[in-house]
Design a binder for this molecule. Structure first.
Ligand code: SF4
Length: 481
């Protein structure tokens, strides 16, 4: 095991601490766990001296995520996605990546079909690996705090995807570029950029200067953060098209006053502007009823555009589906969704879950990830040592927990398994033909984006000469497909 597991007591009570034995030694404190009986009923309990050995045995057997779900031996109730009450609706389509928005970018898939060349229209940058929270479900607990990039490196990366890629498409792929211009008013190039790094991209020293520079370009900007540090001037947030605030488990955040998320400072200009402001919450053993009610009241007070609920992606498929089922029931009881799983008001349940090996074998018959053809995720892991770091087709490679294996999800970016090109050569993703860097059948059977992969596959196989793609003009945030 790559983790140190200890039990102890502090002024808040008894806890189990999971500490990564990687260089930076990040850790998470667990004070609660879930217990499921033979009828499949799950209840939340405090960790105590009395039950701690049972939980530690469970962690040793099932890893640092599923280990905190103690299950009665007779619980073998099977589950399928169909058992979860959920209805896909516009909020989930607009504010997450379900694949629906890809239709709006069809000329790039028509180009790929005819020529074999990809087009990178969406990117995410982590910038650094700094975060002040210690979430129990952290997807990068094995990260190194010093893997940070410079402002020039960040700008060079964007310049290539924006200016150079546009020139390249104008010169070599006129036909597809002209079709793209008819829809988007621009050449094929970077259209949407998300800053998401290490929990708090706004703690990166060059954050404001970079955003200011980006705002002079015609790129839609998104921000994912755990909070709004006082040293960053509020006015910079007006430059974003959307901002998603992750609400962490309250005992994991050092900056929630009185350990209450609703007491944190939200810049007034975010609450009062056109920026789409949403909240995101991961459901798990740390979730109490009182918290969920407070989350509802706060989201109304702040008048946010949406509140997204999802489950811990570090869980394997079966446990994740069981968790989704519990979450769906809780949301129903709180009147966040109706009996058919439809959203009520601004709340929605994102039903995102791991795929299976059988699905992987059918989907990736050619052994290449389809997200790689339009999306890039540049993570800074390894930057301190190598002075460059890798791009990945998606961010979910850190949480690929293989079903029925005893190994945990990696909880870090592993370039030897999923890396494509380094940041200084990002242009290779569109100046060279779409190629295989790894086989998703071997490395990604638990992929969380199988539907998106399938959508791209369908768009590549589409008969563009015969049928026009119909665009749904009600879809928002189309540059974040
Ligand atoms: S997890 Fe899925 S989307 Fe991500 S790299 Fe693997 S195949 Fe691609």
């Amino acid at each position: 095991m790559k983790y140190e597991i200890i039990k102890d007591t502090d002024r808040k009570g008894f806890f189990i601490r999971v500490r990564s034995l990687n260089k930076a030694k990040h850790f998470a404190i667990h004070r609660t766990f879930l217990k499921r009986d033979k009828n499949g009923i799950t209840q939340r309990h405090n960790i105590t001296e009395h039950n701690s050995n049972e939980i530690i045995r469970s962690i040793q057997k099932k890893g640092i995520t599923e280990g905190f779900i103690v299950v009665d031996n007779n619980d073998n109730v099977p589950i399928s996605p169909r058992d979860i009450t959920h209805k896909l609706q516009e909020k989930e389509i607009n504010f997450t990546s379900t694949g629906h928005k890809l239709d709006h970018h069809w000329p790039i898939f028509s180009k790929l079909k005819d020529t074999g060349y990809s087009s990178i229209i969406r990117a995410t940058l982590t910038l650094h690996q700094v975060c002040s929270s210690r979430c129990q479900f952290c997807s990068t607990i094995n990260r190194n705090k010093k893997d940070s990039i410079s402002l020039d490196e960040a700008k060079d990366f964007v310049k290539k995807l924006y200016f150079h890629q546009a020139d390249f498409n104008e010169k070599h792929f006129k036909k597809y570029n002209n079709e793209y211009k008819k829809i988007h008013g621009s050449s094929i190039r970077l259209k949407g950029l998300i800053l998401s790094g290490g929990g708090q991209p706004n703690l990166w020293p060059h954050f404001s200067e970079f955003v200011e520079w980006l705002s002079k370009l015609d790129i839609d900007l998104g921000l994912i953060t755990n909070g709004f540090p006082a040293k960053v001037e509020d006015k910079i947030y007006n430059k974003f098209k959307w901002i998603r605030l992750s609400i962490t488990p309250e005992d994991a955040s050092p900056f929630y006053p009185e350990q209450k998320f609703n007491l944190q400072r939200i810049p007034e200009n975010i609450l009062d502007s056109d920026v789409t402001f949403g909240l995101s919450y991961v459901y798990g053993a740390w979730t109490s009823e009182e918290f969920l009610k407070r989350l509802r009241d706060t989201s109304l007070k702040w008048d946010v555009n949406y509140v997204r609920f999802l489950t811990d992606c570090n869980l394997g498929r079966t446990e994740q589906l069981k968790s989704h089922k519990e979450l769906s029931k809780k949301l129903r009881n709180l009147n966040f969704i109706d009996q058919d799983g439809k959203n009520i008001d601004r709340f929605f349940h994102q039903l995102k879950f791991h795929g299976t090996q059988d699905e992987a074998n059918i989907l990736w018959d050619e052994g290449k990830c389809f997200l790689q053809t339009y999306n890039v995720f540049w993570d800074t892991t390894g930057h301190e040592t190598n002075k460059k770091s890798y791009c990945y087709p998606c961010d979910s490679v850190t949480v690929l927990e293989e079903e029925n294996s005893n190994s945990d999800a990696e909880r870090k970016f592993n370039p030897s398994k999923w890396g494509t090109v380094t940041n200084d050569e990002v242009e290779k993703l569109y100046t060279e033909k779409w190629k295989k860097f790894f086989d998703p059948k071997d490395n990604c059977s638990a992929c969380l984006f199988m539907k998106n992969n399938q959508k791209v596959k369908d768009l590549i196989n589409y008969n563009y000469d015969k049928n026009k793609i119909k665009l749904d003009n009600n879809v928002e945030h189309i540059n974040f497909p």
